[in-house]
Design a protein around this ligand. Structure first.
Ligand code: SF4
Ligand code: SF4
Length: 323
């Protein structure tokens, strides 16, 4: 049994849409079979107005005790630190967020915006947005670096733009069934079970990455070839299980011919670092990708790439489609 309050800051509601599409378990399963009691959620609660306020204030006063606080979206501090760009029930949303985070046993940041600020916090960050415990890859989010929830854990970050429904529900189930302490987190406070491998793991194009065979033009993504060399795919440097835990249980961006944009990493959407490079690979000397797979030595990689391209077998160069 676990009570949940879910609030919405500066964001598009994509994580709620993703959550409502959960299949294993479904949102209904969470309630009927796993004892998750959603006290308040901005999109699915029956309560609004004064009745919603009573629910929220009740949770802050321990009536009933709050187990899980989920934030979707950024914490908005603007203008001038007042938070008045984002008002909720007569108060700046940032004040509700602060109080809920300090009342809950566990705090979950859901989606890039809540984890690191995401698109709203990208420079010039006009709403003065923050993630709950991070701002991009720095630990200077709204709650501060030393924040610990009542159960003694830092914010559990479930990034993604949006997060996959299974990443969300499985974390809620772990907490509701008393297994929260088993959720090992990485250095960015993401559950390791989802974020220790790369998007490239399980990608059906991986053999073309090995032989350095590119998809040459955007829009030819269903043709064979790797999307890294010409389309800016960030699969080799992005921690996500998108090709292990498939979307809609049947596909992924790269399977559909869409380059990975690296949405589970704190620097997403990378505009500050590499303006104008979505769907475009940054090149060194006009040929080799500048943004190499994590852990590779640039010189060795350059030699390997040259040899692999020269040695690529006939099948790797044939014009075919991949799924
Ligand atoms: S770079 Fe992208 S398309 Fe190529 S193998 Fe890796 S994940 Fe797949
Ligand atoms: S493939 Fe990349 S951009 Fe797409 S959801 Fe997965 S991590 Fe995000």
């Amino acid at each position: 049994m676990a009570t949940v309050i879910w609030l919405h800051g500066g964001a598009c509601n994509g994580n709620t849409q993703s959550f409502l599409n959960a299949e294993e378990p479904t949102v209904c399963d969470l309630v009927t079979d796993f004892g998750v009691e959603i006290l308040y959620h901005h999109s699915i609660s029956m309560e609004f107005g004064e009745r919603a306020r009573k629910v929220l204030e009740g949770a802050l006063n321990g009536n009933p005790p709050l187990d899980i606080f989920v934030l979707e979206g950024t914490v908005i501090l603007g203008p001038d630190g007042t938070g008045r760009y984002d008002m909720f029930m007569g108060r700046p949303m940032k004040d509700w967020v602060w109080d809920m985070a300090h009342a809950a046993q566990y705090v979950v940041a859901l989606g890039d915006c809540a984890c690191w600020g995401g698109i709203p916090a990208t420079a010039p960050n006009p709403s003065d947005s923050r993630g709950l415990q991070f701002l991009k890859d720095k630990r200077n989010g709204f709650l501060g670096p030393d924040f610990r929830s009542k159960a003694g854990l830092p914010v559990i970050n479930i990034p993604g733009c949006p997060a996959h429904p299974d990443w969300i529900t499985q974390v809620l189930v772990a907490v509701a069934s008393g297994r929260a302490d088993d959720i090992a987190l990485d250095e960015l406070q993401r559950p390791q079970t989802f974020f220790s491998t790369f998007t490239q793991t399980g990608c059906t194009r991986a053999q073309y990455h090995e032989w350095k065979e590119p998809v040459e033009e955007f829009g030819q993504g269903t043709r064979k070839g790797c999307l890294f060399y010409e389309q800016g795919c960030r699969g080799p440097m992005t921690h996500s299980p998108c090709n292990r835990i498939l979307w809609n249980h049947q596909s992924s961006k790269t399977r559909a011919g869409m380059p990975c944009l690296g949405c589970t990493e704190p620097q997403f959407p990378f505009f500050d670092l590499m303006p104008g490079t979505v769907f475009k690979t940054q090149k060194v000397l006009g040929a080799l990708p500048k943004d190499l797979p994590l852990g590779t030595d640039p010189v060795t990689y350059a030699m390997h790439a040259t040899v692999a391209r020269m040695a690529a077998p006939k099948w790797a160069k044939e014009d075919m489609f991949v799924v």
